[in-house]
Design a protein around this ligand. Structure first.
Ligand code: ZN
Length: 214
């Protein structure tokens, strides 16, 4: 992995400093990916967008914090940059209740609402990712979130079409999923469609890791 410059931002709530890490290039070596599109990748920086300030714990979208300066780790510090760096801590991802509060405020920008709903989808599925036999059914609030999220997805876009198919499968609407999967996909989407379809045909509704050998 090749890191990019660190971006030092000022928290819009408390004024203290936050460090956003960036990446010039990464790779998927050692990555794990699930049928809902969630991925963990040790060789990539997965910077959350809606973050909790490490100083005041309030959730804010990263791009809404003012940029103080950017500096690559190889660059020599200018003036008091080193002191600033010490105070600039990495933010944590916002918690689920903060994402729900953001959505309940109802003033969402489209991209941010999509991001919040997808993050809540993935987060709700985490308990099922680690299961091997007992898969908790979707909660009412998860179904409500997925139903709202579906409205943003476009079946003409293959990536979004596969998310729709996966959501219908997870909601147990197998015939709707099947209809969306009945298409020639290309590249990675073809692999993903194969796995979603395989579980859909078995009427198995929990999220699954994509593995070629069990
Ligand atoms: Zn803050």
């Amino acid at each position: 992995m090749k890191p990019g410059p660190d971006i030092i931002r000022r928290c819009s709530k408390c004024g203290d400093l936050i460090k956003e890490e960036t990446m010039e290039s990464g790779n998927t070596f050692g990555a794990r990916i699930w049928t809902d599109g969630y991925m963990t990748a040790p060789m990539m920086i997965q910077q959350p967008w809606y973050v909790c300030c490490p100083h005041c714990d309030q959730a804010v979208w990263l791009d809404e914090h003012e940029v103080v300066f950017k500096r690559h780790q190889y660059d020599l510090p200018i003036n008091d940059e080193d002191d600033i760096f010490k105070r600039a801590w990495k933010p944590k991802p916002a918690r689920d209740h903060q994402l729900r509060e953001y959505l309940n405020e109802g003033s969402s920008a489209r991209g941010k609402e999509v991001h919040a709903r997808r993050t809540l989808w993935w987060s709700g599925n985490h308990v099922r990712r680690i299961s091997t036999s007992d898969y908790p059914p979707l909660l009412k609030r998860e179904i409500e979130n997925l139903t709202a999220y579906l409205k943003f997805l476009d079946e003409e876009n293959d990536n979004e079409r596969l998310q729709m198919a996966e959501i219908y499968r997870e909601m147990g609407e197998y015939s709707k999923a099947k209809k969306l999967l009945d298409k020639e996909f290309e590249g990675w989407n073809r692999e993903l469609a194969y796995f979603i379809n395989w579980y859909n045909d078995q009427e198995f509704r929990a999220v699954r890791e994509i593995k070629y050998k069990e």
